[in-house]
Every structure is written in structure tokens, then in C-alpha cells.
Design a protein around this ligand. Sequence first.
Ligand SMILES: [Zn+2]
Length: 435
Amino acid sequence: MKTTNISLLVTTLALSFSAFAQVDGVIHAAKILINPEQDALTEQTLVLEDGKVSAIHEGYRSLTSLGLADVPVYDLKNHYVMPGMIDMHVHVTFERDKDANPHNWLTKEDADYALHSIPYLKRTLDAGFTSVRDLGSNYKVIFPLKRAVEAQTIAGPRIFAAGNAVTATGGHADLHGYRHDVTEAMSYSLGVCDGADDCQRAVRDVIKHGADVIKITATGGVLSNTAAGVNQQLTDDELTAIVSAAHNLGRKVAAHAHGTGGINAALRAGVDSIEHGSYLDDESIKLFKKHDAYLVPTLLAGHTVSEEVLSNPNMPKAVADKVREVAPKMEKAFRSALKNKVNIAFGTDSGVSRHGDNAIEAELMVKYGMTPKQVLISATRSAAKLLGQEAHLGSLEVGKFADIIALEADPEKDIKALSKVAFVMKNGVVYKQEN
Ligand SMILES: [Zn+2]
């Protein structure tokens, strides 16, 4: 009894003294974007404590003047410092390899996918992306990876994951291109649904298995091996049922959608984001604004497959035809959304492209009309809002997570600077530091 009282007292004392907090380090930043929606500041000192920003001071402050000792000081006096970037559309459990045997996947165990994902996660983090939203990966692989990153067993960005996508039977995220008994044996039934009731069950089932967000395939897609076009695949009733089931359980809905009818039906049903949005029209623009929904453009995916179709004779005809038809539409859709001030959150569909090349999306966004400043906002503040994490991520005010990167040059002057990441900190822990 006595022991219990003493340990309770010690715990209470520890909690009441801030001196017990762990100071992770101090950063001296030549230029720093505290809030991407405002101007960058020069010559600032950041104090990081318990994985969060605990103080910001004007000028370069010494440890002594801050009352600190034996704490690492990160000299970023030649760098542009900003919040870690957020990629809202990745698939970290695979990477497209046009030279690989297309049937390789039939030979692999789930653990093969998990082990192969380790360098993908490391590359993504080293590229300055401290958070990602994984929109479609086998739940048996992605959730263990997420837990391994959280436990710091492996290095990687924070993962917000959907697990398996919710899709109609024969829909974009179902398995295609093999004889019936092979698809039966190899497909994960999790997420496949037909009818409003069944789709509500599917949403609840993926959440039960760990989904942070619901990914749906509202329309056909480009890379599924089926000549089914890119029109609406989930019915209006199914979409409404999915959104209400997800929102009731506190999950947002990300809708893969290319065809106009499917984009608009998904927006009417109340999804939180449209992924790709290739054929969006004037009605879509009105619906985006009415529902305060986001477009996640994934220009890099269109760019990557457009190059591949020119050089890969082994791309199935059903896929190659859709690539030629859909990919060129993405620029116009993006320009229209931008002109009409639709919310745009940064997302690449990496896995279609190489993991770690995520920042190329930023160059495409600028090429298609965005200012570098708008790109920075889309990859930080806007992404954090769409994640529902703006209290923690996307800016560096006091109290936000210490997810911080440093670039060799100023991305507001040349967006290519986003590809030259010299320093990466996540949750107060340094993962990359180049001199
Ligand atoms: Zn995707």
C-alpha cells in the first residue's frame, strides 16, 4: 500500500514539472515557413520538445540563453526550413516495374510485400514527405507497416491508411485478367460489395481491420486490366450508403474518380476528396465548392503512364487504350479546378511512379499553372486539413508536431528545390542530415 502511494506521488510530481519534458533539439533556420499561408521568416530559432515545437524565437539563440544544455543544435543557417510535406495519395506497398514479370505477384507472400516496402518508405521520408495517406494497399501489409513505423522499428512517414479499397464486384479495385478460379483464390474479398447495405457492411469491415480513411473506386480506372472504361461503377445509392457509414464512424471518404458522371455522383453523395478527377466539368466545380470537397490531382501518375505506354509493348491492350484516352485529360482538369479555386491537396499516386520521386508532382503543378506558394500550401496546410490533422500537421506553430524539413534552396523561387532535401525530422527525431 505504501509503495503504491509513493509511486503515485512520483508520477504526479513528474507530470507537474515541465523540466521533466524531453528537449529534442534546437534549430537555427536562415529562412522558415512557419505557416505556409503566410510569408517565410528569416533567422529564427525553434525549440523542439517531446516531438513538438515548443518555442519560436527571433534571431539565432544560444543554448545558454535558452537555459538549455546538452541538447543538439541543428545548424540550418544556409537552408529553407518548412513543415514536412504530406502526400495524400500513395501506395507504399508496391511500385510499378514495367520490366518485371507481370505474374510475379502470384508467387509472393504478404511478408514479401512488407519487406519490399521498407526502402519505399525510407525513400519517401528522405524526400521530405513526413506524412502519407495510403489509398489502397492490402490490409495485411499496410497496417503492420504503419505499426512498425510508429514503433520506430523502420524509418518512414506517418501513415494514414485505407487498407483495401471499397469497390463493386468487377470494379476498378477488384482483381481482373485471370481465370475464375485464380481470381477467386487470389482476390481479397475485403472491400468488394454490391448494393447499399452490402457496401455499408464493407465500409464497417475495412474500418474494423484498421482503416483510417475509406478509399472507394467510384468509377473505372486506368491500370486495372479490364476494358470497362472509366465511368461510374458504384451506384448513387451505394455511394450515399458508403459516405454515411464512413462519416458515422469518423472516417473521411476518398473517391477515385475519372469519368464525369462518377465524379459528380460521388461529390453529390458527400465524399471528402476526388482522386484524379480527369473528366471534371463545370457541374463538378459547383459540387466541389458546395461540399467544400478537395481535388487530389495525381498529375505524376498520368505523366508516368503516358511515358510508359510509349515504350512498354507488354502493357495489356485494355490498359494502354485507357492510358491514351485518360492521361492527357488531367492537365485540363487541373487547370480548371485551379482557375475556379477548388481546394487542391497534393497527391502523387506514388507506386505508379517511383517512391521518393513524389516532389516531381510539384513541378507538374507549377507547369500547369500553380504558383510555387500554392504548391507549398497544397502539400502542407491543405493536405493537413483534408486529413483532419490541421491541429497537429501542416505548419510549425508552437504545439504542432516537429515534422520539419530543410531544403538547399528556396522553393518559392524555384519549385525544383523541393527535390533537394538536406534535413528531415519527424516527431522530433532526425532521419536525414546532410551537410
Ligand atoms: Zn492510387
